[in-house]
Design a protein around this ligand. Sequence first.
Ligand SMILES: NC(=O)c1ccc[n+]([C@@H]2O[C@H](COP(=O)([O-])OP(=O)(O)OC[C@H]3O[C@@H](n4cnc5c(N)ncnc54)[C@H](OP(=O)(O)O)[C@@H]3O)[C@@H](O)[C@H]2O)c1
Length: 398
Amino acid sequence: MVSEGITVLGSTGSIGENTLNVLARHPDRYHVVALSAHANVTRLAEQCRQHHARYAVISDVTKTGELQSALDRLACAAEVLGGNEALSAVVRMDETEVVMAAIVGAAGLEPTLHAVQSGKRLLLANKESMVIAGELFRKAAAEHAATIIPVDSEHNALFQVLPQNFDDGLESAGVERLILTASGGPFLHRDRESLRNITPAEACNHPNWDMGRKISVDSATLMNKGLEVIEARWLFNARPDQIDVIIHPQSIVHSMVAYRDGSVLAQLGMPDMRTPIAYALAWPERIEAGVKRLNLTDIHKLEFYQPDLDSFPGLALAFRVLETGGNAPVIFNAANEIAVEAFLQERIGFLQIPSVVSAALDACEAGRIDNLEEVLEYDRLARTATSRIIHMKKVSKN
Ligand SMILES: NC(=O)c1ccc[n+]([C@@H]2O[C@H](COP(=O)([O-])OP(=O)(O)OC[C@H]3O[C@@H](n4cnc5c(N)ncnc54)[C@H](OP(=O)(O)O)[C@@H]3O)[C@@H](O)[C@H]2O)c1
């Protein structure tokens, strides 16, 4: 078997660590070209030594010296590269055949898009990239014959149960609806009033998944499901009215596709990201992922509920954004990133996250998106507007 060269962007995060865990089970099948972190020098150096990475990329350029020293201490020969341009450089290298995009937030956009533009196989965890630049991704994938395989467990599930070819639209492939499942997060069945004084630690304590802090908060607000609805629109060329969300607290059914003949196909599995990661890595084959096997008689029951849009208005906001189109998804995502950061720093409350995002959507001028520069500019403007909104709310609270 010919070994494939993999670059993992965001290797020190939750998806990055899980990816390396799967790769280590298949040393004959894959080799690591480059690993990247933003600031976590110590973990990046350890990973480079353990996985024999050729390049160690630190996007915070001020930390290259520190990274070199950490690698020297471990007698690791990985070459140090620094800055955002280095992320795109390792993605474009011929040695990189497959890119795992696992940076969190819009910071992952440029290298992720460059992976598609250089015709690489893209394993997409960084959903924010697809949310803010979905149309650019679709065009680039068609133009450069790049394959995009979703890693998000819901989209990976849909990818597994959709027909192979739906290029002419879901309808012509016999698909009626995409049904995204959502665990409901740590505050399922809680009324709005009881969410007023939620702390960052409570919001990050997800009942089923062990994830990074940003996506954990997004899961608690259901903003994550909103981002996933927009992600699904672009990944699967779906109309907004073809996408449903249902709450499924056990996180065993990862999503479903409803077909015209009344069949509903679902993908089930334990809530462990190594399954979708392994599927994305080996597609169309299947490889061992180290995951505990699902035994439905241990689980006993699988429940399904309608989402509560009153306590969790972020989901309804996402559907509104999808209908609006243009730069609205960019504003939605940027405002959410700034609001989550402010919540984690205890500058705003949990319930203020969706209201800040909604206020940012109202405050920013609508526009169309034709290229990457426009995405970056609208992202910048939305971040500035959101910071101002948060600042003003803080002033009025005091
Ligand atoms: N975790 C999950 O189970 C899960 C499931 C589905 C989808 N996703 C998606 O996968 C992505 C990663 O999530 P995660 O939970 O793995 O996040 P995470 O644990 O917070 O890790 C984020 C990674 O991105 C790096 N990073 C952070 N800021 C950066 C910046 N400005 N520039 C470059 N790199 C930066 C981090 O480096 P440092 O460690 O140095 O900060 C780290 O390697 C997100 O888009 C998330 O929505 C995650």
